[in-house]
Ligand binder design. Structure first.
Ligand code: ADP
Ligand code: MG
Length: 418
């Protein structure tokens, strides 16, 4: 019973870094911070497993090699070096004997890791699991063999073969399961990113026609004036006026293109303070071409006495709002009005998008945000899912009020940035 309790405790300790792995994965682009967090989590696991060893009928052992192996495989050589160092320090704090002998005993497994570490990330799932199980077993076996042969106790290794074998099998099994879980989480995160990216490109594609259409107007105007310049005998003032109009039209085309392009901005996530009012105007600008194309008016109302900042990735936030705004426009088949509002209340920003389009029944509202739910012929059913994901990541709340035939209102509530 005591054994089982210790065992469960150790499994819990080893699995705890996995529970936080999502947060570590999120910062993977910041290499230094990513490695530091990996180090902290796995070194804590090493220290705790060493502090609570397991007693199997008098055979005392612990699972230190599991967090050591997995942390090393995930973090690479630098993380591995610090994990090994932490293990040695912890051992010295626990007053275990023969410090230097232990350093020498464990060194070969570190050297082996440095030699093999580069190829780990390119392995397949089964190969990764096998590598982790083998490496884990090797750390323990290699260290013990060297250590015990120096102290003249090598017979301890084979004294109780069944108990010893049990510890190796158990350790290998836990390491294998951990790697499997981590790899599955990896795949899930990558798939989510992939969906968000493909949805973004779909939206950019959908809006391309309206942008092209919108740019044609200034071009036509400019073309007319350029022709006028060449043929007519214009006085100075007229020339100036026409030139001014041409420049204004060019500016307009330029800003339409700039807004449109920033929609398709690349991915690296940068969390910063975003001014909601400013973003509302951006949203209106970027949706304007699509709205005009669909014969829809846009009205912006912002409480702009002062800037109000919320926290998040600017481009992701834009993507979330464009998805919702685009749905609103698409719901108004025969023209209508899209209202974009920001209200500041109790240290929170309310971002409100309302349309007077087709609306939704309560069943349809419930299905919003679930993958592949779409009522459109060419819909992907991923837009709201991606948007809701982004908003929730920013600690935002979403409420939807809608009535079939009357229209829909999306309320997005974000806390103030610290
Ligand atoms: P898609 O736009 O590709 O269909 P979304 O996830 O963006 O996928 O939207 C899912 C569904 O939710 C839409 O097909 C539509 O039926 C409904 N929907 C979303 N927003 C609105 C809205 N403002 N008015 C009416 N229906 C909406
Ligand atoms: Mg959509």
């Amino acid at each position: 019973m005591e054994y089982l309790k210790d065992l469960l405790l150790n499994i819990f300790i080893i699995c705890s870094p996995l529970a936080l792995y999502y947060y570590i994965y999120k910062i993977k682009n910041n290499k230094l911070l990513y490695r530091f967090c990996l180090y902290v989590l796995f070194s804590l696991a090493i220290i705790t497993t060493m502090s609570f060893p397991i007693n199997l009928n008098g055979l005392i052992y612990d699972f230190r090699s599991i967090p050591l192996a997995i942390g090393s495989l995930l973090g690479g050589v630098q993380v591995s070096f610090f994990l090994y160092a932490t293990l040695l320090l912890c051992r010295s704090f626990l007053n275990s004997p023969n410090e230097w002998l232990y350093v020498i005993s464990i060194l070969p497994s570190f050297v082996l890791f440095v030699y093999l570490s580069k190829s780990y990330s390119s392995l397949t799932l089964t190969q990764k699991i096998t590598a982790a199980v083998l490496y884990c077993t090797l750390i323990k076996l290699l260290t013990f063999t060297i250590y015990l042969s120096y102290t003249g106790q090598i017979e301890l290794l084979v004294n109780r073969p069944w108990d010893t074998l049990q510890t190796y099998v158990l350790q290998g099994f836990i390491a294998g399961v951990c790697v499997y879980v981590i790899e599955m989480m990896h795949r899930f995160f990558i798939m989510q990113e992939e969906i968000a990216r493909s949805e973004k490109m779909k939206i950019v594609g959908d809006m391309a026609a309206s942008v092209a259409h919108e740019i044609r107007n200034p071009l036509t105007t400019i073309k007319g004036f350029v022709q006028l310049f060449a043929t007519a005998d214009l006085d100075k003032d007229k020339k100036k006026l026409y030139q001014k109009i041409c420049l204004e039209e060019l500016d307009r085309a330029e800003s339409i293109i700039a807004d449109y392009l920033s929609l398709a901005k690349p991915d690296p996530e940068v969390v910063e303070a975003i001014d909601v009012h400013q973003e509302m105007h951006y949203l209106a600008n970027v949706l304007m071409t699509y709205a005009n194309y669909n014969n829809i008016q846009i009205q912006v109302m912002t409480e702009e006495e002062q800037a109000f900042h919320i926290q998040g990735d600017r481009y992701k936030f834009r993507q979330a709002l464009v998805n919702i705004g685009k749905n609103a426009i698409e719901s108004m088949q025969s023209g209508g009005l899209l209202e974009l509002k920001t209200i500041i209340r109790d240290q929170h920003a309310w971002v409100i998008l309302s349309d007077n389009g087709s609306g939704m029944s309560s069943d349809q509202i419930k299905r919003l945000g679930t993958p592949y739910y779409s009522t459109k012929e060419k819909g992907t059913g991923l837009g709201t899912m991606v948007s809701f994901g982004i908003i929730k990541k920013m600690n935002g709340k979403i409420t939807v009020k809608s009535e079939p035939g009357a229209g829909t209102e999306f309320n997005l509530i974000f806390p103030k940035a610290n």
